[in-house]
Design a protein around this ligand. Structure first.
Ligand code: DC
Length: 215
């Protein structure tokens, strides 16, 4: 069995940063599945076209897109709509499972993050983390990050936007974001990034030790 860490959680929870740091710490390869949905929206890929693609072809196309182009408000909005389509999700799940099964010789395992990784994509992952924080705290962190860029936004706009995305991601019919007891819940509201990371490294080490897997 391939060592896999599944990470889910709401927008702005810092799960992407955490996943990237964990991947580099443990020598795992990382897949940002939100970015995959964004790329489908950006490239206008139809469900039919997606059903023929391999993960290698898909990633080759995605790598050519500058990250900022995937994170505009327009793409975010479109992504939220296309990610509700069952045929699109079916292809995404197939590609993500392909990725999780074959991390490549250079890597010891795979880390995937998104909304349905531990529920649908790899429910039998050795370690499943649900990373969250209070919506006000997430909005504050995002607001601080936005202020360091050229983008304009008020705190209230950032807060309302996150609340709306939480609502959409957890209430949709197909593959909603949903915490259950198979996850370890990590609430970072009252912690610094450094504290959360140290805590999560221990959780991952313990999960693999309990499964008798060396990483
Ligand atoms: O994580 P993110 O904000 O980049 O995700 C972009 C969108 O894709 C968001 O609307 C939720 C959706 N998404 C999803 O439906 N399933 C995933 N596994 C990852 C993201």
């Amino acid at each position: 069995m391939t060592p896999v860490v599944a990470i889910d959680g709401p927008a702005g929870s810092g799960k992407g940063t955490m996943a990237r740091k964990l991947a580099s710490h443990f020598g795992f390869v990382y897949l940002d599945t939100g970015m995959m949905y964004r790329a489908v929206a950006y490239l206008n890929l139809s469900a039919d076209k997606l059903s023929w693609l391999s993960i290698a072809d898909f990633m080759a196309a995605v790598r050519k897109i500058p990250d900022a182009n995937l994170r505009t408000d327009e793409v975010s909005l479109k992504t939220s709509t296309i990610s509700k389509q069952p045929e699109i999700r079916e292809s995404m799940v197939r590609l993500q499972r392909e990725f999780a099964k074959n991390p490549g010789k250079k890597y010891k395992g795979a880390i995937l993050d998104g909304r349905d990784i531990g529920t649908v994509v790899v429910p039998d992952a050795v370690c499943k983390l649900f990373i969250t924080a209070d919506v006000k705290v997430r909005a504050e962190r995002r607001f601080v990050a936005i202020k360091q860029t050229n983008k304009q936004a008020t705190f209230d706009e950032v807060y309302e936007n996150l609340k709306k995305r939480d609502e959409q991601d957890s209430s949709r019919n197909i593959a909603p974001m949903k915490f259950d007891e198979s996850y370890v819940l990590v609430d970072t509201s009252k912690e610094t990034a450094k504290e959360s990371f140290a805590k999560v490294v221990k959780i991952v080490e313990n999960a693999f030790a309990a499964a008798n897997m060396k990483i």
